[in-house]
Design a protein around this ligand. Structure first.
Ligand code: DAK
Length: 259
């Protein structure tokens, strides 16, 4: 696949590198960019010569979130029926090789979520993490209320998601969102050398360790029930729900429009 929005490199020492490369838009995560990232991840996953992956936006900005210009006209029915960017994020979440996020500058919204779905996040002193979706009338959709809460705790996650305020690198370290903070301009090199160390280990062992640590994040029954309840509430926004219930009351067959 030819890449337009990312740069993909493969080093001899088993390290794969994906660099988001849409600098004019602060690496905003438009669907084609996410498509490319998921394709590159899948390639690395099936490549036995790769032992670890670095995901970065380079030394200036990680990603300022999903592409708001692309989302501006997106309605509920379209997003839900077509599973807006679900398969792209799924590919990222399901990768089996250890992935290190190397963050400089903004990691906001989907950018923060992308850094959190990596196995290790490191950043430099310029990093700023945030879930600012509330400011544009929406909410995190790819882990901002889930992984963030597990990482930083309820109070800090509530503060970040409800105010949209960013935290800097020191706070990110204090709240255990990142494993390490390094000097500005050095985060990509640091991530590469960490990835090289991991790639030099036994790959099946590394994979088992990764799976085992991830298992500690498995959701509980309560979390599943909560998510189910919210999804139920979401159906109340559908025209089809109104039609279905009215049809029942009027003792006729429902005529659904998929909206
Ligand atoms: N989308 C599109 N363009 C963006 C962008 C974004 N998120 N962020 C920045 N840009 C563009 C700006 O429009 C501007 O482009 P031009 O006007 O020059 O053409 C350029 O990048 C530089 O931005 P600024 O001029 O605004 O630069 P500043 O330094 O003044 O401010 C900023 C930088 C990052 C603080 C600011 O741009 C900003 O607040 N950006 C928006 C941040 C944000 O709200 N992010 C959350 C987006 S919502 C899901 C998966 C993921 C998501 C949802 C669902 N599923 C799996 C279901 C994710 C949702 C989101 O991330």
């Amino acid at each position: 696949m030819e890449y337009k929005y990312i740069i993909v490199e493969k080093q001899d020492n088993g390290v794969g590198i994906i660099t988001l490369n849409r600098p004019k838009a602060y690496n905003a995560l438009c669907t084609p960019l996410l498509d490319e990232v998921s394709s590159a991840i899948k390639d690395f996953d099936s490549d036995n010569s790769i032992g670890a992956v670095v995901l970065t936006g380079g030394n200036k900005v990680f990603a300022a979130g999903a592409d708001i210009k692309e989302m501006a006209d997106l309605g509920f029915a379209d997003a839900y029926n077509n599973e807006f960017v679900k398969k792209e994020w799924f590919a990222l979440e399901k990768h089996t090789k250890p992935m290190i996020a190397a963050v400089s500058g903004f990691a906001l919204g989907g950018g923060c979520e992308m850094s959190m779905l990596c196995d290790i996040t490191i950043c430099d002193t310029s990093a700023k993490f945030g879930q600012p979706e509330v400011k544009i009338g929406t909410m995190p959709g790819a882990g901002g209320t889930q992984r963030l809460t597990k990482a930083v705790g309820k109070a800090k996650a509530m503060q970040m998601c409800l105010t949209g305020d960013m935290i800097d690198a020191n706070e990110a370290k204090e709240y255990k969102l990142v494993a390490k903070v390094v000097e500005e301009g050095t985060v990509v090199d640091e991530a590469k050398s960490m990835a090289a160390k991991i790639a030099s280990m036994s790959q099946p062992v590394v994979r088992l360790i990764k799976e085992s640590i991830n298992n500690s994040y498995e959701s509980t029954l309560q979390a599943g029930l909560e998510s189910e309840r919210k999804s139920f509430y979401t159906t109340l926004a559908l025209e089809d729900r109104i039609e279905g219930m009215n049809a029942f009351v009027e003792k006729r067959k429902a005529d659904f429009s998929n909206k």
